[in-house]
Each structure stands twice: as C-alpha cells, then as structure tokens.
Design a protein around this ligand. Structure first.
Ligand SMILES: Cc1cc2nc3c(=O)[nH]c(=O)nc-3n(C[C@H](O)[C@H](O)[C@H](O)COP(=O)(O)OP(=O)(O)OC[C@H]3O[C@@H](n4cnc5c(N)ncnc54)[C@H](O)[C@@H]3O)c2cc1C
Ligand code: HEM
Length: 388
C-alpha cells in the first residue's frame, strides 16, 4: 500500500505534528543525523529550535498532503525546496544520510504504532521526499546562489538602514518577491529580505532593513554593514502582486515592510495608466518614515498613487536629530497619528480593493483581522508568510 495507505500516512503525520510534542522526535532525528553524518552539523546554526520547528512544519504539511492523496503541490514544493537547498551546499549523499536518520528515528519513536504498513509508508514517503528534492536540485541549471558587493549603506534612522549592492550577475525576480540573504557578520544565518526596487539588468539591488530588538542579523546589518561586504542570496520567492485589471489597490506598509510594495509601485510606473493605489506607510515616530521623499517624488509624477504617512507617536524622540529629516515637501496626505490597522480601517473596510499588507508579523495579522472585521473579503488580501 505505501503511499496509498492513508491510515499509515496519518500515523506518520501525527508523529511529526508540531503542536503535539513532536519536538522531541525531531530533536532525536537531528541528533541521529549528526551522529551518522558529521559533515552536516556545521551547516546548521548552534541553536536548532527554529530549524526543528520549520522542519516539523514542512513534514507535517507534506504528510497531510499525502494523506489527502494530493501529489502536485507537495512535489512542486519539494522540487523548489531542493533547488533552494543548493545554497547550503547540500549533496546527494546528505539526502541518503537524512533518509537513514529519519527512518531510524521514526521506527524507534513510534513504538506500537510502527506496524509493517506504517513502515512501508514511511520508507516510500522518505524516498519520495529525498528523491524529488535531490532530483530537482540535480536538474536545475540556474545558479545555486547569487553573490553581490555592498556599495552603499545609509543609516537612515537609528534602527533603519538602506543597503545597496551590485550582484555579480543579475537576478531575475518579480517586484514584491523576497530572497534569503546571508551576510558576512553572521555566516549561515539566512534571513528573508525583500528587494526595494524591481530587478535591474546591471545587478543593482537595494534592501531596507529594520533592526528588531534583540535581533542577531538585522542589528548587525543596520550597525555594521560596510561597502565592500559580500552578501549571498538565494532564488526569489513570494507572490505579492498587483493585478492591473482587478481594480483599485490598498497597500499597507509597516516600516521596512515598505520594501516589496515600493518595488511594485516602481514597476507600475512603467505604465501610463494604472489602477488607483493608496499606500498607508507607517512607523513609530515621524522621523522613521525614511522613504517619504522618494514616495513623494513618485506620487508627484504618477497621479494614480496617493500616500498617507502614519506614525504611532506625534513627536520625535531626542535621537532623531542625529538622522536625516524625512519630511517631504507639501503634497502628500497629512500624516495620521495611530497604529496602522486602526488608521487604515478608519476609512472603512476597503472591500472593493486589492489589498497588499507588508510588515512585521504582528502588524500583518492585526491589519488583516481589522480589515476583514470591516468587511474586506479575505481572498482579496495578500501578504507574505508571517514569520521567518
Ligand atoms: C517574507 C519576509 C520578508 C522580509 N523582508 C524584510 C525586509 O525587507 N526588511 C527587513 O528589515 N526585514 C524583513 N523580514 C524580517 C527578517 O527576515 C528577519 O526576520 C528580521 O530581520 C529579524 O532577524 P534577526 O536575525 O535580526 O532576528 P532574530 O535573531 O531571528 O530574532 C530576534 C527576535 O526578534 C523577533 N523578530 C523576528 N523577526 C521580527 C520582525 N520582522 N519584527 C519584529 N520582531 C521580529 C523574533 O521573534 C525574536 O524574538 C522579512 C521576513 C519575511 C518572512
Ligand atoms: C526531508 C528533506 C528536507 C526538508 C523537508 C527540509 C526542510 C527545510 C526547511 C523548511 C528549511 C527552512 C527554510 C529554507 O531554508 O528553505 C530548511 C533549512 C535548512 N536545511 Fe533543510 N530540509 C531537508 C533536507 C535537508 C538536507 C538533506 C540538508 C543537508 C544538510 C538540509 C540542510 C538545511 C540547512 C543547512 C538549512 C538552513 C538552516 C539555517 O540556516 O537556519 N536540509 N530545511
């Protein structure tokens, strides 16, 4: 039966279900894998909690798809994951040792649930997962990663930096997509960042980074990145987009969540006629609305764009004096005070709009919930995966 045995597959899914103590099983899997393949340990960060969570999440989703007897989506996901994993230097041998370790862990941890039928399903599922990932990786002709050199680093506010690079070879991405980035200050700590400009044929690329409190990589980028630093990045992901034939657009950008929306807006500038786009751009303090001058320039020549700046506080903190004043010339909407989800929904539910939300995980969730509560149809709301 193997992959057709839904009960056996459901038993495997239950074993890796993230909310039901599967962390112990996943931890045993990694310990087993690192013991049988020493070359693997150094590829992962010392603290494996995050990795255990994403791995359990991926396996749980995959087994759920297998239980539902769906093949297209899991195979497409695994193929993309395999192509992406090339950036970590994964080899076919790694897939073999992973398969041994996963099989050994499941067989020892499932206890009485490890029946011949479950064993059969586990063997076939593990073979399928490794086979699709390694096969897609081997078949991919494109580069495993892109490298680029930092040419500018602007500390535009205490916690914000704009970083410009030239990639050694241009990357083709859709405006609004994001990439996984590795910086020299924190080798092997890949983080997602969204290019703030559309893809350029000469390899120019720009990122806007906010240092999150206690954050390892973001604080290093904001405080320590220098021209000459070499960054590595993986192939683009994400599906944020404006359908130019699907009506007017509401965009909600919290801090550097502006980056992908700005890339989309810049791309729209190629067209003479566009749907109306209303962008709410929010930050804690007025001085943190670092990109207002650029947005003002775009809005000044593109009548379809209107921008409402929003800040949580009305006045600036004392440290604002050390950074450039982002006050644009008159012409944008008057700055609103409050939290983005509250300010945006003061204007209604925006039910007739395509809605794109981008920012920190808390803001995305609150803005989405607030808009739905005001009547916005959930299927018209887009945002990147929350977290990561
Ligand atoms: C699809 C996607 C696109 C992204 N694009 C950008 C971008 O263009 N610019 C940008 O600055 N960041 C972006 N991020 C966030 C970025 O990937 C990192 O998560 C963030 O920089 C924190 O990394 P860190 O290593 O500094 O923090 P970590 O050391 O990983 O975490 C430290 C603490 O900060 C919390 N934390 C993590 N991320 C956030 C966050 N976004 N907001 C608030 N608290 C957080 C963690 O829960 C933890 O408590 C994006 C994230 C995703 C998922
Ligand atoms: C069952 C097959 C596998 C699954 C489902 C899987 C899943 C994942 C996921 C979801 C992530 C986080 C997102 C990402 O970076 O894409 C990840 C990261 C990673 N994976 Fe895998 N993976 C598998 C096999 C492998 C193999 C064979 C290796 C080889 C060593 C590997 C090495 C890594 C590394 C190094 C990271 C980054 C860890 C970090 O920097 O935090 N993975 N994996």
């Amino acid at each position: 039966m193997g992959l057709e045995d839904r009960d056996a597959l459901a038993a495997l899914q239950a074993a890796v279900y993230p909310l039901a103590h599967s962390d112990e099983l996943i931890a045993k899997f990694y310990t087993t894998w690192f013991a049988i393949d020493e070359s693997v340990r150094d590829m992962f960060p010392p603290d494996m909690a995050g990795q255990r969570a994403v791995f359990a999440h991926a396996l749980n989703w995959l087994f759920g798809e297998f239980v539902a007897q769906r093949a297209d989506e899991p195979v497409a996901f695994l193929a993309q994951l395999g192509r992406d994993h090339r950036k970590y230097g994964v080899t076919p041998e790694h897939y073999k040792t992973l398969a041994h370790a996963l099989y050994a862990t499941l067989s020892s941890e499932l206890g009485s649930a490890w029946t011949p039928a479950v064993e059969d399903a586990a063997r076939q599922a593990i073979n399928l997962i490794g086979g699709v990932m390694s096969g897609a990786a081997a078949a991919e002709q494109g580069p495993a990663w892109w490298e680029g050199t930092v040419v500018e680093h602007h500390r535009v506010s205490r916690d914000l930096a704009v970083v410009r690079l030239y990639l050694d070879r241009a990357m083709d991405y859709h405006p609004g997509q994001y990439v996984n980035v590795e910086v020299p200050q924190w080798p092997r700590r890949w983080r997602y960042l969204s290019p703030a400009i559309p893809a350029q044929a000469d390899g120019a690329i720009e990122f806007h980074v906010r240092a999150v409190s206690g954050g390892m990589v973001s604080t290093a980028i904001v405080a320590e990145t220098r021209p000459g630093d070499r960054w590595r990045m993986s192939s683009p992901h994400g599906a944020l987009e404006v359908d130019r034939d699907a009506g007017d657009v509401l965009m909600v950008a919290g801090s550097t969540g502006l980056a992908p929306l700005r890339a989309i807006i810049m791309d729209l500038c190629r067209f003479g006629v566009n749907p109306r786009v209303h962008l709410f751009y929010g930050a804690r303090y007025p001085c943190e609305l670092y990109d207002l001058p650029t947005l003002w320039e775009i809005a000044a020549t593109n009548p379809w764009l209107s921008v409402t700046p929003v800040s949580e506080y009305d006045t600036n903190p004392p440290w604002a004096a050390e950074y450039p004043d982002p006050q644009p010339p008159r012409g944008l909407h008057v700055r609103q005070k409050g939290l983005l989800p509250d300010v945006v929904t003061r204007y209604g539910g925006w039910g007739d709009r395509q809605i794109l939300i981008s920012g920190g995980p808390g803001m995305i969730t609150r803005a989405r919930d607030a808009l739905i509560a005001k009547g916005a149809p959930p299927e018209r709301i887009q945002h990147d995966p929350v977290g990561g």
